[in-house]
Design a protein around this ligand. Structure first.
Ligand code: NAP
Length: 222
């Protein structure tokens, strides 16, 4: 039987590319997104109705939804740029959305056999690695998502002995997400990022559950 994967945020640059990459590896891939299915991760009832309707279990689940700032806003360059609307929106998608999805993890993952649940957070969510400040809502929302990933790994480790739960940084990837910011950085294509992420996800070991890795499988400090 083919292994099953679920990509949440499959309309996004990275989510779509990972879904495609997994299919080339022979996986049976289920895709969920706001654009294609009306999934809105800001609303728990919405997440419950979409994820509750799925036929699992899935040997691989990737949470690839996320935003940098609310529509029409930009990530904060200074403390004085913090605005309630954008701050709340970023947390609703990047943190609350991850929590609502993780709430379904015990049912989505198989009780027996290896499985991986990965959440795309971001290196800039690392508190220890923050040396330049700024991007307050995005950084804090991803740091909080990392904490959720860690807690989920601890809990699932008790009931799903071979499950691996990890936070992953995909690199700086040329998608809509980075369109306004990437020109100052070197980027990789979504296809390259997907190949890197699939390699990491398929290579993760049980004892690495609850950790934070980059696209090259290098650990990132919290
Ligand atoms: N690109 C990078 O360089 C980079 C770097 C570090 C981390 N990341 C992380 O990687 C993830 C994917 O990024 P990407 O580059 O693929 O971004 P993207 O192309 O902009 O895709 C973002 C995805 O998030 C979904 N989304 C946004 N708001 C949503 C909501 N309220 N409910 C449900 N889905 C929602 C979008 O869905 P719809 O389009 O269907 O609305 C889309 O599928 C994000 O979590 C991001 O923080 C990206």
């Amino acid at each position: 039987m083919r292994e099953k994967a679920l990509i949440i945020g499959a309309s996004g640059g990275i989510g779509a590319a990972v879904a495609h990459e997994l299919e080339t590896h022979g996986w049976d891939v289920a895709r969920l997104s706001r654009a294609m299915d009306g999934l809105d991760v800001r609303e728990q009832a919405n997440v419950d109705s979409h994820l509750g309707a799925l036929e699992g279990p899935f040997q691989l689940v990737l949470m690839a939804s996320g935003i940098l700032a609310s529509e029409g806003a930009a990530p904060e360059k200074a403390l004085s740029h913090i605005r309630q609307k954008s701050f709340e929106e970023v947390f609703k998608v990047n943190t609350f959305g991850v929590a609502y999805v993780l709430g379904h993890a015990p049912k989505l993952l198989p009780k027996k056999g290896r499985s991986v649940l990965a959440v795309l957070t971001a290196r800039v969510g690392s508190i220890g690695d923050n040396r330049i400040g700024g991007w307050y809502a995005y950084r804090a929302s991803k740091a909080a998502a990392n904490q959720l990933v860690r807690g989920a790994a601890v809990e699932l480790g008790r009931s799903h002995k071979e499950a691996i739960v990890a936070a992953l940084h995909p690199g700086t990837v040329a998608t809509d997400f980075t369109a306004d910011y990437a020109e100052r950085h070197s980027t990789v294509s979504a296809e390259t990022a997907a190949k890197n992420l699939v390699k990491v996800m398929l290579g993760l070991k049980r004892e690495e559950s609850g950790q934070f890795f980059d696209y090259a499988h290098k650990p990132i400090e919290w």
